[in-house]
Structures are given as C-alpha cells and as structure tokens.
Design a protein around this ligand. Sequence first.
Ligand code: ZN
Ligand code: ZN
Length: 295
Amino acid sequence: MNDTPSGQLILWGSRGSSPTPGGRFIRHGGHTSCLSLSHDGAQFVFDAGSGIRELGRSLMEDPPRQIHLFITHTHWDHIQGFPFFTPAYTPGWEIELYGAKHLHKPLKSIFKGQLDRDYFPVQLEDMRAHLDFHHLQEEPLTIEGVKISWIAAEHPGVTLGYKIEVEGKKIVWFPDNEFLRGHLDPLDELTRESEVIRPYLPVVDFVSGADLLIHEAQYTDDEYPSKVGWGHSSVGNACVLAHLAGVRRWIVTHHDPTHDDAFLETKLNLTRRLLDRMGSKVQVSHGYDGLTEYL
Ligand SMILES: [Zn+2]
Ligand SMILES: [Zn+2]
C-alpha cells in the first residue's frame, strides 16, 4: 500500500545520468530519477527513471486508478524506466503524462520513439492503460487539492523543476539544474543583490521558503571546473541556492554514477561545512532509493 491518510513521498531513484548497481553503491542505491507522492488517494509521480519500475510493482498491489506523471525532461535517466512500468500495460489504469510545452517534438512522439521496435519489443500501442499526454502551459495546475507549478531549469534541452503545494507544505523536485552556471569563485559573499545571482532570482524565488527541496549537487567544487555547461550544479553553487532560498530541509539527489557510498559520505560532510560557512540553517541530507517522508 502506498497510501496513508495524510500522504507520503517516496524517492525511488536517487542516481543521476545512468543506473549504478554494485556493491559500492548499496547504501544510496543506483536507480535513476523517480519520486512518488500520494495524497488522499491521488497519485503523483515525478520522472520515470529506472526507479519507476519498483514504484509500478508497488502500485500494482492496489486496484487500478489514475496516475499523474510529471516529467522534468526527456533525457534517458528521466524516462528509461517507463517501458518497465507495469501499470502502463494494465487495463484500468489511467496515466496522465505531463511535460514542457517547448520540447522539439510532442511528448507523445518522444515516448513512442523510446518504444520503437529497434529499442524495445513492445510498442506504445500495446500499452493497455489509458494514456494521455499533456504539454504544460504557463498556469499552475491544481489536481485533487495538490497545486503543481514549474519553472525552467538551467540544463541542456527544455527542462523543468516542479513545486508541489499540499497540506500547507511546499516541496520542490529539481533533480537537474546547473545553478550559477560557470561560477567558480568563493561562495560565502553572495547575496540576492550580487551580480552573479541576478539572472537566477526567478529560480531562487520559485524555491523560496520550501519545506523540502529535493535538488542535485552532482559535482564537488573540485570536479565542477571541467564539467561547466553539462547541466549540473557544483556543491557550492547548490548550497547558495538552498541558503538564499531559505529552504528548511534539502535532500540532495541525482548522485553522480562515479560517486560511491564512501565518496558520497565525504561529499555530504563537505556540503554541511559549506552551508555552515555561509551561516546557513538549511538541514541537508542525502537522498537514497526508498527514502520515505510523510506529509
Ligand atoms: Zn538527469
Ligand atoms: Zn538531463
């Protein structure tokens, strides 16, 4: 059962870029991006990375119902689990799939392409669930009492971050976002008024006051100089976002496939030190596959 009366969040995939199995990755897990949120019988899913396969298995324990699936973008690590999502093959399930409106082709044709015969034995037409594809316009959506809004991320291609407002709480799902792209300087002096922050104020304001921010910090500050423009934040720059936005808690997700459990432990300590240096009160922890939060 996924539902509790008040609702819950489960992080089914906390890895970025590529699934990462193996003994060195057991504690955090190796599934790519997927988050579920259930509330009062309504089922929301954010991204369809390899983590969505396990979510599907869990959903199949309950009778078929409607699922609202929001995609941040269509890179592999955010859609590759969809062909293995059992509810999509099962009559009675209704999957409402949402994505950005400015994709280079319709969302449906991207999902159809992923299921082309050259890549997969089963095609989109063979999926027995009722599937609907929606391109998000400007206005936020309110679905069964849950408000969902979005903003463009700094990431190659058209990519979104989502804000979920439910039960008076703000939760932000922002797995791929290169905050302060190219910024390598010391971090402790930055304020909302800083020149480098100004272009990013809409993102700071979007995230502002979140009870829970789920955002990446894929590269250490040592790794970042060789990865500028790849679409992912340095630890330091992601700390600036969490701090300036005044979020209460930050769960780091989208861990780099080269970062094993031991490395991620060190990286979390580094993140905490950087936040301390900024005088930040943000509570930070690392996401892992299976992490569960109650609303
Ligand atoms: Zn990604
Ligand atoms: Zn991406």
